[in-house]
Design a protein around this ligand. Structure first.
Ligand SMILES: [Fe+2]
Length: 360
């Protein structure tokens, strides 16, 4: 069997086909990598028969709709998928044979209503229904998510042959695919629990805010063709992190400020302007915020620079959760001519790790 994972980042796109055949299918392609996929198909003389989304994605724009139009393949999703551009809508138990290679569909709602797993003879592509090891599984708190349904889906997966190797749609830390038998030991989502206990367990995970993910979902419902159709925060646990920056911003070098130094400045009454670029909800979240902040979410910073016009020559420290978004914010400010910009090292996570006080 031909089985390749095509992306360098945490979103996984798989190319599958029977050995010795030109016919292949593509699972969960990312729009941003469209040209690379097309180039691979051309180079290897593959004929793409189906392009499949295991579910409506919330962290990247799907490449399926564009690929469908540029090749003569069929776009496949579960019958409940909201995207209007899907050509073939499949149900639980549907099966293909690609030149003898069977691919079976199992509808596994929970992460989304349209989630499905693809079962091959020796492996299972679990989408976001099941990740690897302590990665657990995709979140169930987005529109269409249902923790109780997710529990039922996981029970069905666990009833499958336990030597099937798990290939999820995401892997953030380079974990190696392993069998369902192994996952029942290493994956906390598969711990033996009642449905009620599972729902409670998910509630207690207290995942961060996900407003930007709702925008990405909406873009995929609408079959968006622009990889930047929805904004993804630069330090989000997502596939694509380029955000919506102007050309050249990424090359600007930013100076950091250690948490200890900022703390010392605050204590001495000599605080710089602190610009927190997180989303509104994050300010009152677990990590809290620093005193006296100016708040402009990163997504609207470029549009709201005029609000900081008087501070152009003052010292500004940019802050976010882990230092990613605030790094981008610092670059945006420096490109706009701000002179004394520093990025808080490690963001609010690092600040909290030092045990420094925060406001909530
Ligand atoms: Fe997902």
């Amino acid at each position: 069997m031909i089985f390749r994972q095509l992306n360098p980042h945490s979103c996984k796109t798989y190319l599958i086909g029977p050995e010795g055949s030109d016919n292949v299918v593509l699972v969960d392609p990312v729009l941003e990598h469209l040209e690379e996929y097309l180039e691979l198909l051309r180079k290897e003389k593959f004929r793409l028969t189906y392009v499949i989304d295991t579910h409506t994605h919330a962290d990247h724009i799907s490449g399926c709709s564009a690929i469908k139009d540029l090749t003569d393949c069929e776009y496949v999703m579960h019958t409940t998928a909201p995207a209007h551009c899907v050509g073939l809508r499949v149900i639980d138990g549907f099966a293909w044979h690609i030149d003898g290679l069977p691919i079976n569909v199992m509808h596994t709602p929970g992460h989304t209503v349209d989630s499905m797993c693809l079962i091959l003879p020796d492996r299972i592509m679990t989408g976001d229904t099941l990740f690897l090891d302590d990665g657990g599984a995709g979140r169930d708190d987005l529109p269409g998510g249902d923790p109780g349904a997710h529990w039922e889906s996981l029970q069905r997966i666990m009833a499958l042959p336990d030597d099937l190797v798990v290939y999820p749609a995401h892997e953030y830390r380079g974990r190696t695919p392993s069998s369902l038998a192994n996952q029942t030991i290493t994956n906390p989502h598969l711990k033996s629990r009642s449905k009620q206990e599972f729902v409670k367990y998910l509630e207690e995970l207290k995942l961060g805010p996900a407003d930007w993910m709702k925008d990405v979902l909406a873009a995929n419902y609408a079959c968006a063709r622009d990889p930047k159709a929805a904004w993804v925060p630069v330090d989000a646990p997502a596939c694509e992190v380029q955000g919506t920056l102007e050309h050249g911003v990424n090359d600007i070098q930013v100076a950091g400020i250690p948490a200890a130094e900022l703390k010392w400045r605050l204590d001495a009454g000599n605080a710089p302007i602190i610009l927190d670029v997180r989303e509104e909800k994050e300010l009152s979240g677990e990590l809290g915020h620093l005193p006296g902040i100016t708040h402009i979410p990163i997504g609207s910073l470029a549009k709201r620079l005029s609000e900081l016009e008087e501070d152009k020559d003052k010292e500004i420290v940019t802050v976010c959760r882990s230092g990613g978004r605030s790094h981008t914010a610092a670059q945006i400010l420096m490109q706009a001519g701000f002179k004394h910009i520093y990025n808080l090292d490690g963001g609010m996570m690092n600040w909290n790790k030092h045990g420094y006080s925060v406001e909530k």
